[in-house]
Each structure stands twice: as C-alpha cells, then as structure tokens.
Ligand binder design. Structure first.
Ligand code: FAD
Length: 471
C-alpha cells in the first residue's frame, strides 16, 4: 500500500526525515493541506500566503523532477488526510512535526485515529535543532533564560547531522489535486506584492543558494556587520527557515563546515529561534498573553490614529518610518529596525504589543508564531529573559548609530533623501534653509514627530510604575 508524506512547514527535499522514512518502503503520495479552518486567529497572513504560493510551486517542481506529483487539498487537515487515505488505500502516513501547541494537539488526534484504523503513522522533528522535550533545565522545565539554554544546546554537541535529499522516489498512482492558482494565495487588486517579488525568491534552491553565499565569507563578519541596518551583514534566511525550506540542522552543518567556531555568533541567533519555539510548546498562550503576568494589568492606551501612523510609517521618526515602510514594501525588516519600531509602538505610543504582533503577522514574509510573539514580548519587557521595560530605545540615536549615513532612511523614506546625514534622523531640528534646500516641508511632505521622545519616555516609565504599584 502507498505511504503518504504530509508536507507542512518542511517544504523541501533535503534533510526531510518524514520523506526519507516514507521513501524506504512503499510508493509515495506527497500531500500538502491548506488548513485555514484550524488556524483560528492565526490564519496565515497576506505576505506569508504570497510566500507559500511560490514555495509550494517550487516544491512541486522539485518533486516532479523525481516523478512524484504534489497533491494539494484544502480544508481541515484530519478530513483531507482521511480522504486521501481512502482514495489511495494508503497504509502509512509520515510527517514532520509543527511545534505549535494548537497544531500539536490536533496532530496527536490524527495520529491516534489513523493508528486506530491500522495505519503506520510516524512523525519526526524536521524543523528544530533539538527536540523540545529533551531540552530541560535543572528543574526539569523548559528553559526561561536564553544563556543557560544556549549553553545546554552547545553542551549537547550540536544537533544530529542532516540527512541527504533523496535521489530517487517511487510514485503511487496520484489522487486528484486542487490547482495552486485556484487557492487565491496571491494578491489580485491591488497587487501589493511587487516589492516582495523584487526582494525574494521562495523555495529550497534559493534557500540553499542564500546559505552558501552567506556561509562562504559573510558569516565571518556577521558579528560586526549584522547591526548595520542598510547593510548585507545578516543572512536573510528567516522566511526560508520559517517555511523550513532549509533545515536548521543543514544551516548548522554548513556554517560549522565553512567557518568552524567563528560561525558560533551566527548559530547563536538560530539559538534564539530555537529558544522561542521551545517556549511556545510549553506556553501556548504566548502569542496573546504576556508571560510576565504582571503585564495583564498594564495601562495600555487605545489610540487608533497613532496605531495607523505607526503602521504606515508616518510617525515623524525617520528610522521608525523607514522600518515600517520597508516592511510594507518588501515583507521584511532588519532585526535592529524591528527592535526600534516595536519599542516605539510599545513604549513611545504605549500601544499593546499584541497590536504590533498582529500587524507583523500579516505583513512579514517570515511571520512566525514563536519568533514573532517571543520577540514582541522581549521588546515589551514582558516575556522570558526579556529586555527590561525601563530601557527605552531612542529612535534618533539608534538611527545615528546603526544607519549613520542615513542610507536606509533615504531608501525607504524618499521624501527625506535630500537631507544631509547630520539631520536625516532628526529633521525637526534642521534649520529652515536646510529643509528648504532638501525640499522638505515638515507637516506637509513629512510629518512632525507624533510624540516627543523625552515626554514619551517619561510617560512609559510612569505607566510601568503604575503597573508595578497595582501588581
Ligand atoms: P540573521 O541575523 O541572519 O539570523 C539567522 C536566523 O536566526 C534568522 O533567519 C532567524 O531564523 C534566527 N533569528 C535571528 N534573530 C532572531 C531573533 N531575535 N529571534 C528569533 N530568531 C532569530 N523572526 C522571524 O523569523 N519571524 C518573525 O515573525 C519575527 N518577528 C520579530 C518581531 C520583532 C518585534 C523582533 C524584534 C524580531 C522578530 N524576529 C522574527 C527576529 C529577527 O528580527 C529575524 O529573525 C531576523 O531579522 C531575520 O533576518 P535574518 O534571517 O537576516 O537574520
């Protein structure tokens, strides 16, 4: 009887344990199910759907080269799988686990039901370096602090070696499939995806090319170069890693092979990805609720027009605005810019981090439940091992430090492009003749700051004190 490989966030052939397990026996059915019904509030956002479309198309082409069609079904995963089992007479189902507690609960039910019907069912870790259940602190719990977590990862001697990609597959007779184009994952009118098309090429081949390019030389300078916002110091592998078009184990192996110990600062960042995923498994409420429960009573403001100014990149702080516009245009934002833009929402505007996380969810191509909520909570000071709430980023100084010549601002806030570097992060302080020469009229071509930094900082600290006093 055929074996079904249920593809999910593992859209690749390389280092794919479920595919390797299935391929050793019976003929294969490769299946992907678009299950919006089970996703609830965290249904995939617009930018992710764009990515998914192209990633599936790339996976389908790679499978087709090995003679196996990718079968597409839509609806609740359990029903789609049951239907394909019935149609193909499959005797086994294999998949790589998705470490989102909501999906995990559903997946164990699917496993139990299929096994109850006499099928062989196996699931594997194909998306994390280590199995979360095996990484425990001295108290036998999930690590809540990053450094000891990372030390434990290193002490484990690194992750298991990646598996090779199959070179031969044996296809079972194919059941019916949806047409990818009919799923409507791409935008129609307006076509907001042009910037995404220019910036990205989803799929396994592109992920591998990006990794080899980075691992050759750039990884050696990562520690120094990663924080330069306009530069190319970081790897930009995050959307590929979210859809797991490349496995973190493959990344680890290639970085160690090419850079040895000098690759560790980069691998440490993969460690943060790992840390937040492990945290999510034991804290299913992490996307919605502060891990630090004192924040349940935080006096957040309700201010739709400030929220809208932030979303659209019209706050009057050039670095924040460049960041928000980069996000809208390309589906991505540099990590340093994410920290500054997120901090601005939470601390300068005193708006709930959940609002920011929602916007990122819809607009990021790497939108990831664990990384997004983990990092938002980190910035807001309410998560595990978070930055202290009273540390408030100054968006002007951050700009001057990490975008010193204003290249990032000039690129994404073109109405300020004519300003000298000296004023580009603080246009409201520029003399009138400088603004006029650059064609900038504050309040018209570019907004005045929507809040004053010093006043906003004082307000944020007062709100924090209010929460502490009432807690
Ligand atoms: P690199 O610097 O090259 O790092 C390599 C890989 O390590 C990344 O691809 C990513 O998988 C992982 N990584 C790096 N930094 C972090 C981090 N702080 N937390 C977790 N993993 C990390 N990352 C996402 O993948 N999805 C998100 O939805 C997401 N939301 C974020 C929201 C906020 C408010 C902040 C501050 C950060 C968020 N990040 C998120 C983390 C980080 O900004 C991105 O992973 C990183 O910018 C991606 O760029 P890169 O691939 O060039 O990273």
């Amino acid at each position: 009887a055929p074996a079904i490989v249920w593809f999910r966030n593992d859209l690749r052939l390389d280092d794919n344990p479920a595919l390797m397990a299935a391929r050793s026996g019976a003929p294969l059915v490769a299946l992907y199910v678009l299950d919006d019904d089970s996703a609830g509030a965290w249904r995939m956002g617009g930018a992710s759907r764009w990515w998914l479309h192209h990633s599936l198309s790339s996976l389908a082409a790679d499978l087709a080269r090995l003679g196996v069609p990718l079968i597409l079904r839509r609806g609740r995963a359990e029903l789609a799988i049951e239907a394909v089992v019935a149609e193909t007479g499959a005797g086994a189902v294999y998949w790589n686990r998705v470490y989102d507690p909501r999906a995990m609960r559903r997946d164990s039910e699917i496993k139990a039901n299929l096994r109850g019907c006499g099928l062989t069912v196996e699931s594997f870790n194909g998306s994390l370096l280590f199995e979360p259940a095996h990484m425990r602190n001295r108290q036998g719990e999930t690590f809540k602090v990053f450094s000891p977590f990372w030390r434990a990862c290193l002490a484990a001697g690194g992750p298991p070696a990646p598996l090779p990609a199959p070179t031969k597959l044996n296809a079972a007779p194919a059941p019916a499939s949806d047409r990818l184009d009919d799923w409507g994952l791409l935008p129609k009118e307006p076509d907001w995806a042009r910037g995404l098309r220019d910036a990205w090429k989803p799929g396994e081949a592109s992920a591998r090319a990006r990794l080899s390019d980075f691992a050759k030389i750039r990884v050696l300078d990562y520690k120094n170069a990663r924080d330069c916002i306009a530069g190319q110091g970081a790897s930009r592998l995050s959307p590929h890693l979210h859809f797991v078009e490349i496995s973190p184990r493959r990344v680890w192996a290639e970085i160690i092979q090419s850079a040895g110990e000098a690759g560790l600062p980069y691998l440490r960042e993969l460690g943060w990805r790992e840390f937040f995923h492990h945290l999510l498994v034991t804290n299913p409420e992490m996307p919605e609720r502060a891990l630090d429960r004192r924040f349940d009573g935080f006096p957040w403001r309700d201010d739709p027009s400030a929220l809208e100014a932030w979303r659209r990149g019209r706050t009057g702080y050039p670095l924040v605005d460049a960041a928000m516009r980069e996000l809208w245009l390309t589906g991505f934002m540099h990590n340093r810019a994410r920290m500054v833009a997120a901090s601005f929402l939470v601390k300068h505007l005193l708006l709930p981090w959940q609002e920011g996380a929602r916007w990122f969810w819809d607009t990021l191509v790497d939108a990831d439940l664990a990384n997004n909520s983990g990092n938002w909570q980190w910035v807001a000071g309410c998560g595990a091992d978070a930055a202290p709430y009273f540390r408030v980023f100054n968006p002007v100084l951050q700009g001057e430090k990490f975008d010193p010549d204003g290249a990032y601002v000039r690129r994404f806030v073109p109405e300020l492009a004519g300003l000298e570097s000296r004023w580009i992060h603080r246009p409201w302080e520029a003399p009138a003749h400088v603004l006029a020469a650059a064609g900038v009229t504050l309040g018209e071509t570019y907004p005045f700051p929507i809040v004053d930094h010093a006043a906003a900082r004082a307000r944020a600290l007062a709100a924090f004190e209010e929460m502490r006093a009432s807690g």
